[in-house]
Design a binder for this molecule. Structure first.
Ligand code: TXA
Ligand code: MG
Length: 346
């Protein structure tokens, strides 16, 4: 395994060509996208796909995303391209959006976990874009982490889980968005949001000129083609608990420290600091078992730093991570979804 540092904005073509060479020979390359780092292999090569599943320890029922350089290549992978697909692709690609569309017959069933649809994304990160332009084939790339573990937003996070399972890591520094892409199924009559990300529902609906159904709100009679979405996911090693109020958080912090636990506490930066959070009333002997991090108070800033903060809590040996709930509004939907999944106890 090799790690090659590349310029995030003007990636060195020598490194890009080396990465493309590995992928075309059936190998695996971890590379940065604007959302998180991906574990890439040739999406049309069933053996490469198998290697991705094995490297991640991911169950075969959970399909992968095919990454391509532009929308015209995306259309080539689908057997029908709806008006909704066209509108969303035109508005948000390249960018943090994945579209689920009916698949072309010759796309390996292994990639799509046997589904008749395929998930496609055109990333905007210059390194990902340059790599995809070098390749004829689409690149299958799940997040470059072991199954159920936290997604990587830095090359070092990739190495923690996959160092012996990947041929090359392209290191371009931190991923600028920090949580995974918004996934929208546009294969049926009505577009369905399968995974929230940083794109806003209102903005998506404006582009669609109509409503976006939300998969998590749909009742049982609607088919739910989102295998893998229900799994415990994106989890740190430490137990993660989301607390509704500052007072609740303060009580739980004290309880956990009293049990000799090491606690990471995640707050939102505020100008009008909540007095309950200024002083946790922690005894001096426990003070070094408390790690407090405040993330930016805007959802984009919070998302960008979230996974790196959770990775850091794990690395410093926290037993428990206590998170103050983020606001309820739509702008925070992606972050709320990831916190909820991270706190889901298996
Ligand atoms: O931001 C991202 O999307 C990152 C970067 C690397 O592009 N990739 C990523 O991949 O998050 P992964 O494999 O960790 O998540 C893909 C999600 C899964 O939840 C999977 O169930 C869903 O997309 N998916 C893939 N194909 C699908 C399909 N045909 N129908 C429904 N859901 C699908
Ligand atoms: Mg993932």
């Amino acid at each position: 395994m090799r790690v090659v540092v590349v310029d995030a904005n003007r990636p060195e073509m020598e490194a890009i060509r080396a990465a493309a060479g590995i992928i075309s020979k059936g190998g695996l390359v971890a590379f940065p996208t604007e959302t998180v780092y991906g574990l890439g292999g040739n999406a049309l090569d069933p053996i490469a796909i198998e290697r991705i599943f094995r490297a991640k320890g991911r169950p075969s029922y959970n399909p992968l995303i095919a990454h391509v350089a532009d929308a015209s290549r995306a259309r080539e992978l689908s057997s029908s391209w709806s008006d909704a697909a066209e509108r969303l692709a035109a508005a948000f690609w390249p960018g943090p959006l994945t579209l689920v569309v009916p698949k072309r017959d010759d796309i390996p069933a292994r990639l799509t976990a046997g589904l008749t649809t395929v998930a496609i994304r055109v990333p905007s990160h210059p390194v990902a874009a340059a790599l995809l332009r070098e390749l004829e084939a689409p690149v299958a790339a799940p997040s470059a982490n072991r199954f159920t573990e936290l997604s990587p937003t830095q090359a070092a996070h990739v190495l923690k889980g996959l160092s012996d399972r990947v041929d090359l890591v392209l290191d371009a520094g931190p991923a600028p968005i920090g949580i995974e892409s918004t996934v929208i199924d546009v294969s049926g009559e009505q577009p369905v949001l399968l995974r929230p990300g940083t794109l806003q529902q209102a903005e998506i609906e404006r582009v669609l000129g109509g409503p976006l159904l939300i998969a998590s709100n749909l009742s049982g009679e609607v088919p739910r083609p989102a295998p893998g979405m229900i799994d415990r996911h994106y989890s740190p090693r430490a137990r993660l608990i989301v607390l509704r109020s500052a007072h609740e958080l303060r009580d739980v912090v004290r309880e956990e420290l009293a049990k000799s636990m090491k606690a990471g506490v995640l707050l939102v930066e505020r100008t009008d600091a909540d007095p309950a959070l200024d002083d946790f009333g922690v005894p001096a002997e426990a003070a070094d078992r408390l790690e407090l991090v405040r993330l930016p108070s805007d959802p984009e800033g919070y998302a960008r730093e979230l996974y790196a903060t959770l990775h850091a809590f794990d690395d410093s040996g926290c037993d428990v991570i206590l998170v103050l709930a983020v606001p309820e509004d739509g702008a925070w939907a992606g972050v709320r979804d990831r916190l909820q999944r991270a706190s889901h106890q298996a």
